[in-house]
Design a protein around this ligand. Sequence first.
Ligand SMILES: [Zn+2]
Ligand SMILES: [Zn+2]
Length: 540
Amino acid sequence: MENGQIADRLEAFASLLELGDANPYTARAYRRAAETIRGGPSSVADLVRSGRVRDLRGIGPGIEARLRELVETGQIAELAELERELAPDLVGLGRYLGLGAKRSVEIARVLGIRTADELRAAAAAGELRGVPGIGPKTEARLLEALDREAEPRPRRGLLLNRAWELVGGVAAALGGEVAGDVRRWRDSCEQLAVVCAAEEPESALARFAALPQIVAMVEQDERRAVGVTVEGVPLELIVAEPRGLGSALLRATGSAAYVAELEPLPEASDEQAVYRALEIAWCPPELREEPFRGEPPVLVEPSEIRGDLHCHTTWSDGRASVEEMGRAAIERGYEYLAICDHTPAVGAVRGLSPDEVRRQGEEIAAANEVLAPFRVLRGIECDILPDGRLDLPDDVLAELDWVQASVHGGQRMPRREMTRRVEAALRNPHVSCLSHPKGRMINRRPENALDMERLFEVALEEGVAVEVNGLPDRLDLSGEHVRAALRAGVEIVCSTDSHSIRGLGNMALSVMTARRGWATAAEVVNTRPLQAILERRRGG
Ligand SMILES: [Zn+2]
Ligand SMILES: [Zn+2]
């Protein structure tokens, strides 16, 4: 068995675990293992036979047992059983309608059906009301949702990292290009689209329908199809004629308002050629929200980032040590990394006392001995207390190389109080940067009530930077507020807030979000060399 086939089966297993509402960590572990196996140089079948497969990253005893079964018998019995029981396309359609996997399976059992098409037919024939627990109201809601099925709009957007993984995976499998919200790096993606080119569309459409990521098809035209994923999110495939690929890509990338202003688009095989024919400069997708025909600025690039100024270690809630994080930063080509663990007021996780901050300082000094000329900076993510004071005494803060100030608890404060609280923290002369300024968690928690304009004024006066936090569920500031901060003259920092070595990889999400706010390298503090960071800290 080839690595690719093994990875496909593990991925299918992960999808079915997700459909079955299993523990999301289990499904994720299988997905990661599939990724490792697909990219690995050595034959996994051989490793299994020689008992060495657990040497691979992310493969524990549970996954090893499945791999052994797969290599020895050619199948995973539980996977076959899940496939029999769960009818992926039906559960996928159920998800899309807002039904949990168990509920979909129950309904299917009562109606004696197995597929998504049979569910549609039963609904159209008015059979849903015969299912226990479905009253006229629920039936009306489901019928209405089925009516809207073809519109590519989920109720809630996908987080950007998941959306990239999904749409990027589909694009790669079809030899196509990522379009839609994902290509514009929106912080929450609803319009998922892939564009590919073919004279004859049939084979691309058929391969799309057969992908493991697509569990049900909700619409299909001659050159276009909409499939639904495990999460119940619609994903659109457009198969352009090769001579019109550029125009189709531009159209599918959006936004609708941006494209509408450029229509009618000339037909061209690549996007650059469309722009040339329009006689305007090519526009980075991140800037295509509002109509724009001008010359775009030269935006900051991920490769221009010289260090990460916000990350955690095992001293608070991170998973790697100071030295491990430092080595991982060196591997990314960085010159510096600020360790910013939590302070006690954060509550939910461990925070550092003044004494521990100093002991951590010794560990950082020791790491710098080994890692020089790379520099681990002594930083902190210091809580802003409800009254605006910081959670560590000034003399401790004064010792540090970098101070992030963060609101964590008490986020429901009225706007005036909250603004005053953050303003007081920005006035503290030891603060370098305001973390995740808006305090939102995408899809989970609204942003704090804050007078951002006022905060940008104070940040400018005090020389404090504001963060573009790269955690996929934060992306805070968002592009729109980055733009407002830069217009106010405030500098930004692109950070990952990573809690693991892997988390350092979220820098791209931060930088692309900054690009959505029209940021150039000169406006991003951590595009500068170490010396400039240290001088900035001393007020130089
Ligand atoms: Zn934080
Ligand atoms: Zn943090």
